[in-house]
Design a binder for this molecule. Structure first.
Ligand code: GLN
Length: 484
């Protein structure tokens, strides 16, 4: 096996034994980028020279006897809506094409302190709006399992880079599924932590009441390792939580006998039959492992998608108001007065999906419609949260598919509304603030990966990681690699 195909913990073990250097692993990943990136198109910016320099720095530290942390020397790539000091952060938008942040996001800062090596910034749907990465203003990222298929989105570059060996792990943002859905389309593990578990400082906002940051990794252990490093309160994000951070790696090996898994049955209707079969097989395996599988009811879940669309576009329209051509970012040079400067900047700087959402957002929070749309959506959000509170009185985790389908072809899903159906299983966790993880659970008839989602109660990341780990120990879907 090639070094670039290894997990964080496998590389860490080799580094600890002194069998490889950090330079070896960084070089392996960079060679891989050179080999496959022109086909995969996962990156917007590659910081190769800095990565190689940093590898030497870390190798020196190791030679000087510095204790190795789990993430020391591990190459990571970052979604391009997360601020990185002195490295372009574009949100895959013309609006921020030349934006160079003067500071690091808290997650980036924490990873740097652990000695991770930064490889660059990853392609995404513009401002994280989408489920296929086709909304990027710059390029289409391909799914390494089949280059005619989308990698999922909006963290499509994140998933494609990790499964193809162009990064050992990546960090994405998840507002309605953008870490989990691309992970599921790519045969990877995607974790959306509880709202507030990981600081959002330095994440360019899409919908601040739903936005979270999480890792895309090759297995569950890696997911726990990264969560250990990035979780915790941050005085620069007042919505980050003081709830104590647990040791998620230590927690993995717990026996799941007697664990109660809830399955909302109605959710398995109208989905791809290969996905349905894989999920049913997974449920069977959990039963064999001694878990109890219970049918649960989440009666308001049918409203989740529309509630998500209303709330996320309302918040997005307000988050994006700052791109006016005055303060920072793109400015049109075609204007006669201030009004035209705003108008032409926004007309030329934003792509069609972003404009659609700004319009929808303005519509649902407009003075005459606010009560009919936005306020109703907030009330429905509360009902959805209450459904989950009731459910978690009965069960420990909730199991669903991550997406009703596997990776689709470019251009196959045309309307924004149709695209949003892809998020039907993922948005509820964002609305309710719950932690959720997607793990590989099979392949469809075309050899494309299928993902299973496990949702947990607030701040119970431990539980979903343990449950995911038990599944992974008894399957080998996560070890499969595409033929690139
Ligand atoms: N696909 C969803 C959307 O288009 C979720 C995006 C996200 O999580 N950033 O809004």
């Amino acid at each position: 096996m090639k070094l670039y195909d290894l997990t964080i913990h496998e590389i860490n073990a080799l580094l600890c034994k002194g069998e490889i250097s950090v330079k070896d692993i960084v070089q392996s990943v960079i060679d891989r980028i050179e080999d496959v990136e022109d086909r995969v198109d996962a990156f917007i910016t590659i910081t190769k020279d800095e990565a190689l320099k940093e590898a030497d720095v870390i190798d020196n530290k190791i030679a000087n006897g510095e204790k190795l942390s789990k993430l020391m020397g591990i190459p990571v790539a970052i979604k391009d809506n997360i601020c990185t000091k002195n490295v372009k952060t574009t949100c895959s938008s013309k609006m921020l094409e030349d934006f160079i942040p003067p500071y690091d996001a808290t997650v980036v800062d924490k990873l740097k302190r652990q000695g991770t090596i930064f490889l660059g910034k990853l392609n995404m749907d513009e401002f994280a709006m989408g489920s296929s990465t086709e909304n990027s203003a710059f390029k289409d990222t391909k799914n390494p399992w089949n280059l005619d298929r989308v990698p999922g989105g909006s963290s499509g570059g994140g998933a494609a880079s990790v499964i193809s060996g162009e990064a050992i792990f990546s960090i994405g943002s998840d507002t309605g599924g953008s870490v989990r859905q691309p992970a599921s389309f790519s045969g990877l593990v995607g974790l959306k932590p509880t709202y507030g578990r990981v600081s959002r400082y330095g994440l360019i906002a899409l919908a601040p009441s739903l936005d979270t940051l999480g890792p895309i990794t090759k297995d569950v252990t890696d997911s726990a390792i990264v969560l250990n490093a990035i979780a915790g309160a941050d005085r620069r994000d007042f919505t980050s939580s003081n709830t104590p951070v647990e040791d998620y790696v230590q927690a993995l090996k717990k026996d799941i006998r007697g664990l109660k898994i809830g399955v909302p049955k109605e959710l398995l209707d109208n989905i791809n039959s290969d996905v349905k079969n894989a999920i049913e097989k997974a449920i069977g395996l959990y039963r064999d492992l001694g878990a109890k599988v219970l049918e649960i009811e989440l009666p308001h879940l049918e409203y989740a998608l529309i509630v998500y669309r209303i709330i996320s576009s309302a918040e997005a329209s307000s988050s994006l108001a700052r791109y006016d051509g005055i303060r920072y970012g793109f400015r049109s040079d075609d204007y006669k007065d201030l009004e035209e400067l705003y108008k032409n900047t926004r007309t030329q700087g934003f792509g069609p999906e972003v404009k659609r959402r700004i319009m929808m957002g303005n519509l649902v929070i407009g003075a005459d419609r606010y009560e009919d749309y936005y306020l109703k959506a907030l009330k429905a959000r509360t009902l959805i949260k209450e459904d989950f509170i009731r459910a978690f009185n009965e069960v420990d985790v909730i199991l669903t598919p991550t997406s009703p389908d596997t990776a689709f072809r470019f251009g196959e899903v045309r309307s924004s509304k149709e695209m949003s159906l892809s998020d039907i299983y993922t948005v509820p966790a964002n609305l309710a603030g719950l932690p959720a993880i997607s793990i590989p659970c099979g392949f469809d008839a075309n050899g494309l990966p299928i993902g299973m989602q496990l949702m947990g109660d607030l701040f119970d990341e431990k539980m979903i990681l343990q449950t995911a780990y038990a599944f992974e120990q008894n399957t080998d879907y996560h070890r499969q690699k595409p033929n690139l």
